[in-house]
Design a protein around this ligand. Structure first.
Ligand SMILES: [Zn+2]
Length: 424
């Protein structure tokens, strides 16, 4: 390797380090523009991550950057943030390029295992600053990112034909299905994950660059005969609920209650989710739909991990099993100190509760009846694995009105709540 190339690598590495810091700031603040991971459906899956590149850094030490052997490469160096990332030597470019494929991932580093920053569609343009045969370095929201070179062209492509994979709706575009990536944090705790969620992008100028995960509670066939671990660290649940306090595992997805009129909760949460999806897309939010039919083979852990990696917040829709028409409330993070000291709860519980407060405020303003103070402490699998603001909202109970008009009112309140949370 020539010295010049080594120098360039070093610069790239430092730029990426800064990008990583910028990304960390964005993620921690849950701000606009934070797109996370999406399906790999149309991405180059070359064994790029296995490429071994030797890099000499300025302090004279050397380290291997092997995707698979990232742990072995880990050192006490200040560069360790970058372990596992592949830094290709690239030709310098300064040009506008156009995406030529659908659902093309833009990544934090030149590796198919690195975090997806955004998903681009045919015709969208980017500024390219570096090129090699496999990866191109581009600027996205002021951050240096990487995209597969084969999906870029310097000439603007024609409008794509509508295909089954890219189905246009009146409000947004389905950008493809999203499955659980086994490399995502906590993915190994999921037991049911053969299904897929769907990411929809808002259309037009109103697009906010904020993705809301809408999770229609229940609706996983066979979900109640499989158990998953309640907490990632194996500790027992700190509150009762569907699963008693003290249990270390719970049903992967419960079947849900049945309304007093005989309607299954899962039917109503689905109808609610579809309404909320429309409202959110109209308002310019991208929407990650966990379930759009009676059955999705994604357990609560899988739903949560997908939301963690794909969305800026996670809203699970439920109705409670009481019969008092007590009103809506959110499941707040239990105040048990052991629970709030456990990651990822420790780093996220305040955001979960803030999202819940915003949603309840939106519902209240929409004229929805609110239960007591609007919250109830509950140790949920969802909360226990969430790394983005995440809430289970109970929109009523077994005797609550779940007519179309009632769901419209709830959808309006939830949209208002989302707007409040994101300061929109
Ligand atoms: Zn429920």
């Amino acid at each position: 390797m020539k010295t010049g190339m080594i120098r360039r690598n070093t610069k790239n590495k430092r730029a990426l380090y800064l990008a990583a810091l910028a990304l960390a700031a964005v993620v921690s603040g849950c701000q606009k523009g934070n797109h996370d991971v999406v399906s790999e459906s149309s991405e180059v899956r070359q064994k790029q991550e296995e490429t071994l590149i030797e890099i000499t850094i300025e302090d004279g030490s050397a380290e291997d950057e092997t995707r698979g052997g990232g742990a072995a490469a880990e050192s006490s160096s200040r560069e360790q943030t970058l372990v596992g990332e592949t830094i290709p030597a690239m030709e310098t470019r300064d040009e506008t390029v156009y995406v030529t494929g659908s659902d093309v991932n833009i990544r934090a580093s030149a590796s198919t295992s690195s975090q997806v920053m955004a998903v681009f569609q045919t015709g969208e343009k980017l500024r390219r600053t570096g090129y090699d045969e496999t990866w191109s370095r581009v600027e996205y929201n002021g951050v240096t990112c990487y995209i597969a070179s084969r999906y870029l062209s310097v000439s603007e492509p024609k409008q794509p034909e509508t295909t089954a994979a890219v189905a246009a709706s009146s409000q947004g575009t389905a950008d493809g299905s999203v499955t659980l990536d086994a490399s995502w944090k906590y993915a190994e705790f999921s037991k049911i994950n053969s299904g897929s969620a769907t990411l929809y992008k808002a259309k037009g100028d109103k697009r906010k660059g904020i993705t809301v995960c809408v999770n229609a509670g229940h609706g996983t066939s066979g979900g109640s005969s499989v158990k998953t671990q309640c907490h990632p660290d194996g500790t027992p649940k700190v509150t009762g609920g569907t699963t008693a306090a003290g249990a270390t595992s719970a049903v992967a997805v419960s079947s849900g209650m049945t309304f007093s009129d005989g309607t299954a909760e899962a039917k109503v949460t689905l109808a609610m989710a579809m309404k909320l999806k429309g409202r959110l897309l109209d308002a310019g939010y991208d929407v990650l739909m966990i379930r759009e039919s009676d059955d999705v083979q994604l357990d609560n852990v899988a739903r949560t991990v997908i939301a963690n990696n794909m969305a800026d917040c996670h809203i699970a829709l439920h109705w409670d099993s009481t019969t008092s028409d007590k009103g809506a409330f959110y499941m707040s993070v239990p105040s048990a100190s052991s629970y709030r000291a456990m990651e990822p709860v420790k780093s996220n519980w305040e955001k979960h509760n803030a999202l819940g407060e915003s949603l309840v405020a939106g519902l209240r303003d929409a004229g929805v009846k609110i239960f007591s103070g609007g919250s109830m402490e509950m140790d949920l699998t969802q909360t226990s694995y969430s790394t983005v603001p995440s809430i289970d909202i109970e929109l009523g109970d077994k005797v609550s009105d779940h007519s179309d008009a009632a769901l419209d009112k709830l959808a309006g309140g939830l949209l208002d709540g989302v707007n409040r949370y994101f300061g929109q």
